[in-house]
Design a protein around this ligand. Structure first.
Ligand SMILES: Cc1ncc(COP(=O)(O)O)c(C=O)c1O
Ligand SMILES: [Zn+2]
Length: 415
């Protein structure tokens, strides 16, 4: 762990505002941008390499490039997720290799565990009275659970219309859950909780959005460090994520920026993904420097990634890596959700399937080739969105062996 300074990802301004909602200069200029941690990477390199030979697993393994020490992390079962080859899925998509980074294995079954574990540890270190989050579910559950592990209270702000399964799941942790009339109201209450009450934020609360606070974002970097290690200390060809504010994708990009700066990797992966309303796709296509809001023109089954306006950090990470973000239709999402389960054996949250839908689209539109390698991040488990999924027809009722034989003769012909 080294003491991290903060700098703006757009203008480079160093900020003293530890838990603020992004760069104040860029906000004033109308070009919102997030802050990012800055480490003494020369000093961190030795610590990182020593840890790679050591016994610590999970996010604490990368304490040399985190704002907290491994010993501060109250949930050592966070991170260290499997990277699984999916050859049948690679065949179905028509690319050389697909690997699935299974983030549904965390304490609350999503990649959000990584940020929450860092946020909770950092909050405890700073003496914050608690953690506060505005979320559609996954970040809320992670915040609630990791706050408990760290011995702190959690305040969860949901907007009206929150998915009922998510709400029940989060309330099970005993967090203080509040519902606001609109999404924007969550952020104003959160600004109050952070600014006036000193609570530690674990989600975006700026408007326009800039993403989560810089320290918590470092939790997502550990996905990148793990990929690098799991692949024998190299970058994958591309990483695909379901994208909302791009915190996860930007975190993976930052890991490879740091690894390159430390001389431990010669290039980063292409950073790509799927979003719903298309604000990033449009900014990428237009060569824009600001992500403008997209029209929210349809309901989506991907209730965890419903932002109309994504962030500059996401745009910068994707553009800088020669990646792409596609706006995914509901049909593409449903098809990818089935493909993930039927060809790779991963039952993912509906939102998570946007990653695979983006890979399928990139293959169809020639942005990825037949020999290329892609990592798909399984960002959360399908059990969280089960009430949203179009489940296949009811199974037949069969009691005798001949009816079973007849049934199998029909179904086996289907593949
Ligand atoms: C399941 C799932 N996947 C992906 C994301 C993408 O989030 P972001 O792009 O902000 O990292 C989220 C965000 O809530 C999520 O819940
Ligand atoms: Zn700035």
């Amino acid at each position: 762990m080294s003491a991290a300074a903060l700098a703006c990802v757009r203008c480079g301004h160093d900020s003293e505002d530890l838990l603020g909602g992004g760069c104040s200069r860029c906000a004033a200029a109308g070009t919102p941008a997030s802050l990012s941690t800055v480490y003494d990477l020369e000093a961190a390199r030795d610590g990182l390499l020593a840890a790679l030979d050591g016994p610590v697993r999970g996010i604490g393994r990368y304490e040399a490039v985190l704002p907290v020490a491994a010993a501060d992390v109250a949930a050592p079962d966070t991170g260290d997720t499997p990277l699984v080859d999916a050859p049948a899925l690679a065949d179905a998509v028509g690319v050389g290799r697909v690997l699935v980074k299974d983030e549904s294995r965390g304490p609350t079954w999503s990649f959000k565990d990584r940020a929450a574990a860092v946020a909770a540890a950092h909050a405890r270190r700073l003496g914050s009275p608690g953690l506060v989050v505005a979320s559609t579910g996954n970040a809320a559950a992670a915040t609630a659970a990791h706050a408990i592990r760290a011995g702190l209270p959690a305040l969860v702000l949901f907007a009206r219309g929150v998915n009922p399964t998510m709400s029940a799941f989060v309330r099970a942790y005993g967090a203080d859950v509040v519902v606001t009339p609109t999404k924007a109201d969550r952020w104003s209450l959160m600004r109050h909780a952070v600014g006036e009450l000193g609570w530690y934020p674990n989600s975006n609360f700026a408007s326009p959005a800039v993403g989560n606070v810089a320290y918590a974002l470092d939790g997502y970097k550990t996905i990148g460090y793990e990929l690098w290690e799991q692949l024998g200390r190299r970058a994958p060809g591309a990483v695909y994520f379901a994208v909302c504010y791009g915190d996860g994708l930007a975190g993976v990009g930052k890991a490879f920026d740091e690894l390159r700066a430390m001389g431990l990797c010669d290039r980063g992966p292409r950073l790509s993904g799927g979003e719903i309303y298309g604000s990033l796709e449009r900014a990428l296509r237009d060569g824009a420097e600001v992500v403008e809001p997209a029209e929210v023109d349809h309901e989506t089954a991907a209730f965890s990634i419903t932002a109309a306006q994504s962030t500059y950090q996401a745009l910068r990470a994707v553009r800088g890596s020669s990646g792409w973000v596609s706006a995914i239709s509901e049909d593409e999402l449903a098809a990818a959700h089935r493909l993930f389960a039927e060809r790779a054996g991963f039952f993912v949250e509906t939102s998570s399937a946007a990653a695979l839908a983006a890979l399928v689209r990139d293959r169809a539109e020639g942005r990825i080739g037949p020999d290329d390698e892609a990592v798909l991040v399984c960002s959360s488990t399908g059990l969280k969105s089960i009430d949203h999924d179009a489940v296949a027809a009811d199974p037949p009722l069969i009691a005798d062996a001949s009816a079973l034989a007849e049934h199998l003769a029909t179904t086996r012909g289907k593949r």
